[in-house]
Design a protein around this ligand. Structure first.
Ligand code: MRU
Length: 323
């Protein structure tokens, strides 16, 4: 699938509105960095690498539109806190800003191209860890929609499927925003990869029934010691995998590594609005005034991760990522 969550057109950014998928394919036309920041904050675009690419295009829009680039950068940086790819992309553009719009756009496009190449390399490295006929559990959406294309954890699944069409995927719904049910199911269906979607709380029984051969997830930020922040519920799967003696893998490009953080304790965890939980499709389902705790991510300790797959290869614990 040559799905891409965003496309630069002449003087604006076209963004596939992932909030409407899979029911409707709607494209947003974004002309300012503020509009891009809002699209990131409200998750029209989501997934760590795709957020980084969107931020890069947001800076291109800022330069093109003669915006205050310091303010534009700050607004983009404040859109979501956990995925380090956002900050990585902004930092990469910092020295380019003085060279004008063409240079900034070219750098944003390079970031996007490189992400696709990294995903394809991750897919190949990761596929070597997938046994024939493997039954794979995954969470969230880590596919083409979350990246420049192909995907990270889902990219590994895609590459493994190309070599062995007998693999099978269990895809977690991923409450509360349902990236698994809406987006991963959409991509798997499109690719013809055999799968079932499960409620997040059904993962345990699958392990108990010995139906899982490996777990693979993406990451939003990986600390120097391998502690990995990813979508809320990932840590639960890693603990289950450990208990049942099943390998648990993380797949991510090097733009998701943050060696400035020695451990996952320093990773900022985004807390999102209560309505993501209390409302379903805009309809309130919880009693009025229900107190809610809604962290968007959790941190899986490196010691629970059997291997971290990047474009550079397969890394095993103990992890010592450096700049
Ligand atoms: O809140 P989201 O949808 O942006 O969270 C996405 C994830 O947690 C992904 O697993 C991660 O960003 C890796 S995407 C290749």
């Amino acid at each position: 699938m040559s799905l891409s969550p965003q496309v630069w057109k002449d003087d604006h950014l076209l963004m596939l509105d992932q909030r409407a998928l899979p029911q409707r394919e709607e494209w947003l036309t974004l002309r300012t960095s503020g509009e891009v920041a809002e699209a990131i904050r409200d998750m029209a675009v989501r997934g760590a690498p795709a957020i980084g690419i969107a931020a890069a295009y947001g800076m291109a829009l800022a330069v093109l539109g003669g915006e205050d680039v310091v303010l534009a950068r700050r607004t983009l940086a404040e859109s979501r806190p956990t995925a380090v790819n956002l900050f990585w992309a902004l930092e990469r553009l910092d020295p380019v800003l003085v060279h004008g719009f063409d240079a900034v756009l070219a750098e944003a496009q390079t970031i996007e191209r490189e992400d696709l190449a990294m995903n394809q390399a991750i897919g190949l490295h990761g596929a070597s860890l997938v046994p024939n006929g493997a039954r794979i559990l995954t969470i969230c959406n880590t596919g083409a929609l979350a990246t420049a294309g192909h995907g990270t954890a889902l990219g590994v699944i895609r590459s493994a499927f190309a070599a062995d069409p007998t693999i099978f995927v269990y895809s977690c719904e991923t409450r509360p925003r349902q990236q698994g049910l809406r987006l991963t199911a959409f991509e798997l269906k499109h690719e013809g990869i055999p799968f079932v979607s499960i409620a997040d709380s059904a993962a345990g029984i699958l392990f108990a029934q010995k139906k899982i051969d490996l777990v693979i997830a993406g990451a939003d930020r990986i600390a120097a010691n391998g502690d990995s922040a990813n979508k809320i519920g990932t840590y639960t799967l890693a603990v289950l995998a450990k208990h049942h003696g099943i390998p648990f893998y993380i797949a991510a490009p090097s733009s998701t590594l943050d060696p400035s953080m020695p451990t996952g304790d320093s990773i900022p965890i985004e807390e999102r609005s209560a309505t993501e939980l209390t409302h379903i499709e805009g309809v309130q389902v919880a009693p009025e005034g229900t107190p809610v705790y809604n962290p968007g991510f959790d941190v899986t300790p490196g010691e629970l991760i059997s291997a971290i797959i990047t474009e550079a290869g397969v890394f095993r614990p103990p992890y010592h990522f450096s700049a």
